[in-house]
Design a protein around this ligand. Structure first.
Ligand code: PXG
Length: 455
């Protein structure tokens, strides 16, 4: 049967550009994109190296967001590229259920060595969303396996982002990502978020006020009883929702309340993992160790999709019962421990180690902080904030058009050769960890120029 490739009456959008040629843009239903706007004026990337992208026309664009918070070592790094190419040549795929390949073990050993003390086991997924849903399932199944099957409730936080699968949007706290999807997973409650500009605007590093917001967990425990609660999941620093940095003492307090009530604490380190704060993980930065930790993005430098859940040994060991021939944890993906992802991750860890990238953010944090806060006095700026190599510039919204001001700035910056990320009316910066001061200066001066002329 022949299918009309373009059945719509209206002509589909066509992109053209030197090097890209012309192509039909109709078929691709794009993720998290203002598609009609995009397809009327596409922004295309065709090449990347180190700190930069190039458009199909050959225009250079500075990457101030590490792709999408993931290309921590910079783009197309040789050891990673080689590892992927060699692996593809040697073995393309190996089934991961009741079978394995050596690199999956080699990588797990290396990941666990890098992870905070006590997180001794690693379960592979293919994305952050899958890591989150895996961790939530682990938490509930763990309690059941040790005879507390009534502990099924999951607690997230307002404004949290934990990917887009049903578990993740259920514990997530961004209304726009939830409202269209029905009742989602039941038995979920949310802590209050910690963002308080009245008290904490223009904080450098951790905000002073708000540790007591962790006590909101006690309110939830009083309502549901601790015996019904499996786990609390939070991003140590919330990224997607606009860089919400935890108040001093907040995460320590959350840890203590979880311990008091036998509730597992899950850190979603999909963004904060692999050096973003100047330490390998946010758990290291805050000296607070969760029971489960989700990662993705930087685990392969964004080169091949991969995520993972780190677990305390004691959590894993509870599953190791029943007949020896039986599957202990009925969960996993066709592409768990995919050979290309494992190879990419091994190349990534080697690159991080060779160049000291997982702690480089600590060195660059001071000039980065200075640069981000230099925007504080510019038009529309209502907050600047930073931690490690993450920064945010929050703008007041155009009345009746939330998000428009920042989106216009995003487009204008791209036109001027700098890729930033915006969410609502917040500009987020998270450059690759190889960033130099000259790159920071370029990104900040471009944003400043655009802000000065913004509507
Ligand atoms: N948890 C956290 C904390 C994340 O930041 C995910 C889970 C989901 O990961 P996957 O790999 O399934 O996308 C994320 C993803 C943004 C942005 O604009 C951030 C993410 C994804 C898309 C956009 O800030 N983070």
């Amino acid at each position: 049967m022949h299918k009309d490739p373009n059945p719509a009456a209206a002509p589909s959008p066509v992109a053209s550009g030197q090097g890209a040629g012309a192509f039909d843009m109709d078929a691709f239903w794009m993720p998290f994109t203002a598609s009609r706007q995009f397809k009327s004026a596409p922004r295309l990337l065709a090449k990347a190296k180190d700190m930069h992208y190039w458009t199909p026309e050959g225009r250079q664009v500075l990457d101030a967001v590490a792709g999408l918070w993931c290309v921590n070592a910079g783009h197309s790094r040789p050891k990673i590229v080689r590892a992927i190419a060699e692996q593809a040549e040697e073995m393309d795929f190996a089934p991961p259920f009741n079978m394995a390949h050596p690199k999956s073990f080699e990588l797990a050993t290396k990941l666990v060595a890098l992870a905070p003390e006590g997180l001794d086991k690693v379960f592979y997924t293919n994305s952050g969303s899958e890591a989150v849903d895996t961790a939530l399932k682990m938490a509930i199944a763990y309690h059941r396996a040790r005879g507390e099957g009534q502990r099924t409730r999951l607690i997230g936080r307002e404004r949290g982002y934990h990917g887009v699968n049903f578990g993740g949007i259920s514990v997530g706290g961004i209304a726009g990502n939830r409202k269209s999807f029905g009742t989602m997973v039941g038995g979920v409650d949310h802590l209050r978020h910690t963002h308080d500009l009245k008290k904490n605007a223009f904080s450098r590093g951790l905000p002073e006020h708000g540790a007591e917001l962790a006590d909101d967990l006690e309110r939830i425990v009083a309502l549901h009883d601790a015996s019904t609660i499996a786990a609390v999941i939070v991003e140590p620093v919330a990224g997607s929702t606009g860089v919400l940095i935890p108040p001093k003492g907040y995460l320590e307090r959350l840890r203590a309340i979880c311990d008091k009530h036998g509730i597992l604490l899950i850190f979603d380190e999909v963004i904060t993992g692999f050096g973003r704060l100047g330490t390998p993980f946010a758990a290291d930065y805050f000296k607070v160790t969760p029971d489960l930790m989700t990662v993705a993005k930087g685990i392969t430098n964004g080169c091949v999709p991969m995520g993972a859940v780190f677990a305390r040994r004691a959590i894993h060991d509870v599953f190791m019962q029943g007949p020896e021939h039986a599957v202990e944890f009925p969960h996993g993906y066709t592409y768990s421990a995919h050979p290309l992802a494992c190879a990419a991750s091994l190349g990534t860890l080697e690159t991080y180690a060779d160049e000291g990238l997982l702690t480089r953010g600590a060195k660059m944090a001071a000039p980065f902080e200075h640069a981000v806060h230099s925007l504080a006095e510019l038009p529309h700026v209502i907050d600047t904030r930073n931690i490690g190599l993450v920064g945010a510039i929050e703008l007041d919204s155009i009345p009746g058009a939330p998000g428009k001001r920042a989106f216009d700035i995003f487009r204008a910056c791209f036109e001027r050769g700098v890729l930033i990320r915006t969410t609502g009316d917040i500009i987020a910066l998270s450059p690759p960890l190889i960033v130099e001061e000259s790159h920071i200066d370029q990104a900040i001066s471009t944003i400043a120029d655009v802000l000065k002329t913004a509507a």
